[in-house]
Design a protein. Structure first.
Ligand SMILES: [Zn+2]
Length: 228
């Protein structure tokens, strides 16, 4: 069994707690830079998994798992929700309201999927902790606040993020997108290049981007001789 297979061998089994966590986060969305409840849950979970946990930049949270010599890999998830009214009818729909920075009372919903990002990164963080015998290096799970405003990452950097965590050799970010289940697009980017972020009005463009990314994924795999 390869190291990857060993770490991922019981992936399905974790859906029990991940689903409950996702629905809880979905029910309790928080506006940008007000992710206090979400950050508290993230801190508790990472601490339980055995990570060295820090608050960085207000509601930002970083967990570091040192596991011997090897590369440092950082994975990032954003945590904030949007001032949008949910109309999905789901049993775990958000009915939350909050006061925005202009003092207006607004509905709040995880309309951009950051609740899924938090859930999947916590799921990955647990996998890495449970599978420590199968890999070596350092894994950094970074939970970024205020992505929708573009100010959360800046707050983390201004709070000394670079000094507070090991320098990553690789940084990974993710975003859910509308499309067929099970489709994954990958894109490699150089440091300092901004991450793609797709908003609702850009969905048509997103389809084009996604198609291109899927093609890139096929090329990426065939370059290395793997079959997707
Ligand atoms: Zn988003």
């Amino acid at each position: 069994m390869s190291a990857v297979d060993a770490v991922l061998s019981d992936l399905e089994a974790d859906l029990s707690w991940e689903r409950a966590l996702y629905e809880d986060l979905h029910r309790h969305p928080e506006l940008s830079l007000n992710e206090n409840r979400t950050a508290g849950i993230v801190e508790d979970q990472l601490t339980k998994f055995g990570y060295d946990v820090q608050r960085v930049g207000g509601t930002g949270v970083v967990g570091v798992l040192e596991n011997g010599s090897g590369p440092t890999v950082l994975a990032r998830a954003d945590m904030d929700a949007l001032p949008v009214k949910e109309a999905t009818g789901l049993p775990y729909s958000s009915t939350a309201r909050a006061t925005d920075s202009d003092g207006r009372t607004v509905p709040v919903a995880h309309a951009c999927g950051h609740d899924m990002h938090v859930t999947t990164l916590l799921g990955a963080a647990k996998k890495m902790a449970d599978g420590k015998g199968s890999w070596s290096g350092t894994y950094v799970a970074l939970f970024q606040p205020g992505e929708e405003l573009g100010t959360g990452a800046k707050a983390m950097i201004e709070d000394g993020l670079v000094r507070k965590i090991p320098k990553p050799d690789v940084a990974l970010a993710q975003h859910v997108m509308p499309g067929p289940a099970g489709r994954i697009g990958l894109r490699r980017r150089e440091p300092r290049e901004p991450l793609l972020h797709v908003r609702r009005q850009d969905l048509q463009r997103a389809d084009i981007e996604l198609a291109r990314d899927v093609l890139d994924l096929r090329g990426f795999n065939s370059e290395r001789g793997h079959v997707p």
